[in-house]
Design a protein around this ligand. Structure first.
Ligand code: ZN
Ligand code: ZN
Length: 753
């Protein structure tokens, strides 16, 4: 009798043993269905063993071995084991949460063939120029298909309204559909080519014909000498090495990525490209497809349908997808021929998952590159201090891009506007308004950046000082004037804006402070003829809204943009020459020690939007502290100086990257239970007598959310190893504490406090 140890999606830090019937073959990494209590669950076989501690009467047999997808590789299982151990999260939940939803269910994995589209004979004979000009989208589709056949995901990157247009083209006979992709049958042996050899196994099952060996590479761009040095360094790595590619905005980091990818694809390797934001994937997908028109590129992110995600995941698993472009979850994709990992905007906090398995995809990617012996490139215009410190100390190799790729494009000039000495109009200074007027005259675009949505962050009563607090949270309700509502951004609770103060009845209610809506309305008053576009989470709630807005901006149908950090990330707007930054000051003196680092990164990014083409850009920062070192460093584009001073401060204060941290958080409705748990956890930590610092118990930054009280305990140590040793010992003590009515979580390398 053989025994398998199975990972299951249950919150227990263990594997579960089952027997396998005589004659049934089962491999490590295979999915199985097993009985668990009264349910049947899908799990993954982690080990095959000969003996078990479970008694013969209690052990149950595996119900079914699933053969509809290839077993997970030993390498992926190792990565997941590492994550489970390092982030102190149950192994079963770690393994299952890394899989596409369809692979977690017992429904058979039938990957539907994905429809592709190509020009029909008539379509191929058609001159696109003769097609009616007003059918803009249809013309775009025809032009794209004239280059090469596309699947629906590729066509969708052309426009928000592509579905109906594509159907029309099919109906009129210009375009035809066909199925192009075949997945391997369960029985076919999976052959994987060795990325380091040029010999190519053309029998690799399931490969589409057009993705073999040779690929077309749009190599119209000549590299600058700095870019070439970076490409050479990574290409010559010959195994694991971690590179920090520090390139100012507009320096052409993407071009370095493209050349590195080209080199890897030529050798038959797969590339994993991680990006922080789901919103950025369509345009990046589009871009990389245009550079590698006949390479099989798939994306992996939570915005895909379950079917699409499964399909793309399987394409990566069989080695058919040569480039995988995805958000953090794609770090767990199977990539048999992985030869290069790129983490773009490595400093971005979106790489850290904030619930469940609280992993950092950047750090997991580094582990994976090391495990697989392949190079990894971390790219950023403002690297995280952790990565920068690692590069300084020689753990990573630093690659610098100090010049803008287009010779004509110079860095934007950055100036501060002292708001204590300026005429202000609802939070916007007269100086800034005049600069905007100038841009409107020149038919150029301006962007006002304010990291706060809504009209005003709080409503106040002038009579008694009442503030619009949320009745479920310790936070304030934000005024959304357009919708006439007060909304809590922490718990989602909302009410109509009251006509009078709930405490004293006064009708004199004043919005305090500014958000995007208020800035928008001030601008409308001042520039009634200007075309103003607000971009924040409220205005882009609709799935395609943001893409449509981007098209408007590119078509120069917008004069002034008002937006949150959504606008700061990665978008190129060639007509944009002025960026105004409103209200950055609160981050300067925040209790969160990372707040200045985040602000600096944000401002570098948003400043990078200005003057990317041949027009010089200008950035104006409204602040009460124009001489603050952070703004000085921005003005002189001095990341090195700024990073050095921040690191010195962190070292003095004993913060990361000089310390390694773990945060135990708990939430509950009853204060005594909450604090009893955390105090016992603290006592257990002290008793263990490890070389760690124990800080707390203290209330969380938002001490009450959605009627739950929140508190936390911080542990820190001078080495990762010391912290991990402590956590392993502490975990079993924590598991033994009564916490039935509490929500508890342990967060390793926390980013939020
Ligand atoms: Zn009042
Ligand atoms: Zn609330």
């Amino acid at each position: 009798m053989s025994i398998v140890r199975v990972a299951l999606d249950v919150p227990l830090p263990t594997l579960f043993d089952y027997t396998v019937a005589e004659g049934v073959s089962v491999e490590v990494g295979q999915r199985v269905i097993v009985p668990f209590g009264k349910r049947q669950l899908v799990g993954v076989v982690m080990e095959c063993v000969a003996t078990t501690d479970v008694s013969a009467e209690r052990i149950k047999p595996v119900t079914q071995v699933l053969h509809d997808s290839a077993p997970l590789s030993a390498g992926l299982l190792d990565l997941l084991r590492f994550c489970s151990d390092y982030y102190r999260f149950p192994i079963g939940q770690t393994v299952l949460s890394a899989l596409p939803v369809r692979l977690r269910s017992d429904k058979p994995v039938i990957s539907k063939p994905i429809l592709s589209y190509r020009l029909s004979a008539n379509g191929a004979a058609l001159d696109v120029e003769s097609f009616p000009k007003r059918k803009v989208v249809q013309r775009r589709i025809l032009a794209k298909l004239a280059e090469h056949p596309c699947n629906i995901a590729q066509i969708k990157t052309l426009s928000a309204t592509v579905g109906a247009q594509l159907r029309a083209l099919v109906q009129e006979g210009w375009v035809e559909s066909f199925t192009s992709v075949h997945l391997p049958s369960a029985s076919s042996a999976l052959k994987v080519r060795n990325p380091l050899s040029n010999k190519f196994d053309a029998e690799l099952s399931g490969r589409t014909v057009n993705s073999i060996r040779q690929h077309t590479f749009d190599n119209a761009h000549t590299l600058t000498s700095e870019q070439q040095l970076a490409v050479n360094a990574v290409t010559q790595a010959g195994g694991y090495a971690c590179f920090l590619l520090h390139g100012i905005t507009g320096s052409g980091k993407t071009e370095v990525y493209v050349h590195l990818m080209h080199e890897v694809l030529q050798r038959g390797g797969q590339v994993l490209l991680l990006v922080p934001e789901i919103n950025l994937t369509p345009q990046l997908e589009n871009y990389f497809r245009s550079r590698f028109p006949d390479v099989n590129l798939v994306s992996l992110h939570s915005g895909l349908s379950e079917g699409e995600r499964l399909h793309n995941w399987l394409q990566a698993q069989i080695g058919a997808a040569q480039i995988v472009l995805g958000t953090r979850l794609s770090v767990f994709a199977e990539l048999p021929a992985l030869a290069l990992i790129i983490v773009d905007e490595e400093h971005d906090s979106s790489y850290k998952q904030q619930d469940g398995l609280r992993y950092s995809a950047r750090d997991a990617a580094i582990f994976r590159a090391n495990q697989r012996g392949v190079p990894i490139v971390l790219g950023s215009a403002s690297p995280s201090l952790e990565s920068y410190h690692n590069a300084q100390s020689g753990r990573y190799q630093m690659l610098n891009l100090t010049g803008r790729a287009l010779a004509a494009a110079s860095l934007p000039t950055v100036r501060s506007i002292n708001i204590t000495q300026s005429v202000m109009h609802h939070g916007i200074s007269e100086n800034l308004l005049r600069e905007i007027a100038l841009r409107i005259e020149r038919k150029e675009q301006s962007l006002l950046f304010i990291n706060r949505r809504g009209y005003a962050p709080v409503l106040m009563c002038a009579g008694c000082g009442w503030l619009s607090g949320c009745k479920h949270c310790a936070g304030k309700m934000v005024l959304h004037l357009n919708e006439q509502r007060l909304r809590c951004h922490h718990c989602g609770y909302q009410i109509r804006v009251p006509n009078a103060c709930p405490d004293c009845g006064s009708a004199d209610l004043i919005p305090v402070g500014s958000g995007t809506q208020r800035v928008e309305s001030v601008l409308h008053e001042r520039f009634p003829d200007a075309r103003i576009l607000r971009v924040d989470r409220d205005s882009t709630r609709n799935k395609r809204a943001w893409q449509t807005m981007r098209e408007q901006i590119h078509a120069n149908e917008v004069d002034i943009l008002v937006g949150t950090q959504m606008l700061a990330k990665g978008h190129d707007f060639p007509e944009l020459t002025l960026v105004g930054v409103l209200n950055p000051d609160s981050a300067l003196y925040s209790s969160d020690f990372r707040a200045p680092e985040k602000l600096f990164a944000q401002l570098v990014q948003v400043a990078g939007r200005a003057g990317r083409a041949d027009k010089p850009g200008e950035v104006l920062i409204q602040t009460a502290f124009p001489d603050h070192p952070l703004f000085r460093a921005l003005q002189t584009h001095d990341f090195e100086g700024w990073a050095a001073s921040q690191l010195a401060e962190r070292q003095m204060a004993g913060f990361p990257p000089f310390m390694f941290q773990a945060m135990l958080r708990a939430e509950g409705k009853i204060e005594t239970e909450l604090y009893a748990y955390l105090n016992q956890a603290r006592a257990a930590a002290i008793e263990l007598n490890h070389p760690v610092e124990i800080l707390g118990v203290v209330p969380a930054a938002l001490p009450r959310r959605a009627n739950h009280l929140r508190a936390q305990l911080l542990i820190q140590a001078t080495s990762r190893k010391a912290l991990q040793q402590f956590l392993r010992a502490w975990q079993s003590r924590l598991d033994a504490l009564p916490a039935a009515k509490l929500r508890c979580s342990l967060d390793i390398d926390p980013l939020e406090f």
